[in-house]
Ligand binder design. Structure first.
Ligand code: GLY
Ligand code: MN
Ligand code: MN
Length: 460
């Protein structure tokens, strides 16, 4: 827990004996039936069993993490670690500082979830601790409630220090071998994860609708991009826990800055706005979607050409994605189209075939990022996986990743004809690998330019 150094400067809590007695008295119990076993429980059990089997003989310690200090005595919104979330299924309500221990030294592994239960009304914490006290931040769950809901044996975090003394052959999230395994075990999503990803995508689509509704207003203020960012954020908080990552609301030439999160630019009628945003739902799965929208609802000729080029690249990636191919082949399919399109515009000094050769790659000037990344609890999921399992890995049913080609013509790029300068387009969808192809999880958000214009006409 973050140490609240200046608490004494601000604290006016009385500490007289009389007060302590008075505040501890006459609180009605709040009897609640124990929660039912959460639907995630059988899935997380299977994940923990897989982990225990792979690291038999070890004690595996996975921490939820502590809150991070933003400044002085103010923390960022709490978000537990990805590995902890994956193995417990706890999500946004996780008590900060909780620790999962899987003791796999015996044949039947023993799993314990250590957490800080809510303090008694007779404790100082109850009313005098702004960081964790019930009067300040609300009640924490009891050990019994968490045990009933997650189906994991619980213990008071105070016990961990003593228990730790008996641990041997300990592996933590920092151990390279465990780190890689935890990442790679998330490649293929189970049914619970797929359902949560569908929820994250659905919530994000509502957020994009809110963006469309706010486009006009965005053109009326100096920092119109913030209107767009704010509209999506409000939806993320209403539907889910948070954003999965900082929203990119990049109007006009800002769209060419790949991680434009300043979002302090103007939104101008006649320009495009590229919005890359995702809602993280309470289970902490996130979507990652980009749409590039004509601010006034209609593409210009040049904007449409670039948009259609990117869409064609995305469709080429969709067409090859299926179990058995290499992850990197999805990118290669998109790059073939990107190279052909920039060649058609006369932007590269060689043929598109020559540009595609590993020693050339001229077309990448206009799209320096990759086409795909795995997606799940982390927006860039499975990031610690080995290269041979990720970029060179083989697609399997149940994997979820993005397809997100783009073309970015910077406003000062002298290789680009003047009428194309300052146009940046990315189209990003989230796909699930099926038996014989992929399902576009975000297909309910229009991506075809005519459909996108029609959708905007309805909402603007
Ligand atoms: N929003 C980050 C990405 O698309 O990878
Ligand atoms: Mn992405
Ligand atoms: Mn994105």
């Amino acid at each position: 827990m973050a140490k609240k150094k200046n608490a004494t400067n601000r604290s006016r809590t009385p500490h007289s004996k009389e007060f302590l007695k008075f505040i501890a008295s006459d609180w009605a119990e709040n009897p609640k039936p124990l929660p039912l076993l959460h639907e995630v429980a059988p899935f997380t059990k299977a994940r923990r069993e897989k982990l225990a089997k792979a690291f038999a003989g070890h004690v595996i310690v996975v921490e939820a993490s502590l809150p991070r200090i933003r400044s002085n005595d103010t923390d960022y919104r709490y978000r537990p670690s990805t590995a902890f979330t994956h193995l417990t299924g706890w999500g946004s309500q996780t008590v900060p500082g909780s620790v999962l221990v899987i003791d796999a030294r015996k044949k039947a592994p023993k799993t314990t979830l250590y957490l800080m239960p809510t303090a008694g009304k007779d404790s100082d914490e109850f009313f005098a601790n702004p960081a964790i006290g019930e009067f300040w931040v609300g009640q924490r769950p009891t050990l019994q409630e968490i045990e009933a809901s997650l189906g994991i044996k619980t213990a008071d975090i105070k016990k961990l220090e003593k228990d730790r003394k008996s641990f041997t052959k300990v592996l933590t999230e920092k151990s390279p071998k465990l780190k890689v395994f935890l990442s790679e075990m998330r490649f293929v999503k189970d049914d619970y994860e797929i359902a949560e990803m569908r929820k994250a995508v659905a919530a994000s689509i509502l957020g994009f609708e809110d963006i469309a509704r706010n486009l006009k207003r965005a053109t009326t203020v100096k920092r119109g991009e913030r209107v767009i960012e704010g509209a999506f954020f409000a939806r993320a908080r209403i539907e889910g826990h948070d954003l999965g990552y900082e929203t990119i609301a990049a109007s006009g030439a800002n769209a060419c800055i790949l991680h434009w999160t300043k979002n302090d630019g103007e939104v101008i009628d006649g320009d495009l706005i590229l919005v890359d945003a995702g809602v993280e739902v309470d289970s902490l799965y996130t979507a990652d979607i980009t749409r590039t929208l004509p601010i006034n609802g209609k593409f210009s000729k040049e904007q449409r050409f670039v948009y259609e080029a990117v869409l064609e690249a995305a469709d080429a990636a969709f067409a090859v994605a299926k179990p058995g191919i290499k992850f990197r082949d999805v990118h290669n399919a998109a790059m073939k189209v990107i190279a052909a399109k920039v060649s058609e515009l006369g932007l590269i000094p060689v043929s598109s075939e020559d540009a595609l050769k590993p020693d050339n790659q001229h077309h990448r000037r206009f799209m320096v990022h990759g086409t795909s990344h795995h997606l799940g609890i982390d927006v860039h999921d499975c990031a610690q996986a080995r290269r041979e399992m990720y970029q060179d890995g083989i697609l399997e049913e149940g994997m979820i990743f993005t397809i997100e080609p783009g073309l970015y013509f910077h406003k000062n790029d002298l290789k680009v004809p003047k009428n194309y300068r300052g146009i940046g387009v990315r189209i990003e969808d989230d796909v699930l690998v099926t038996k014989d192809g992929v399902e576009n999880l975000s297909s309910a958000l229009p991506r075809d330019p005519d459909a996108l214009e029609a959708w905007l006409q309805k909402l603007i």
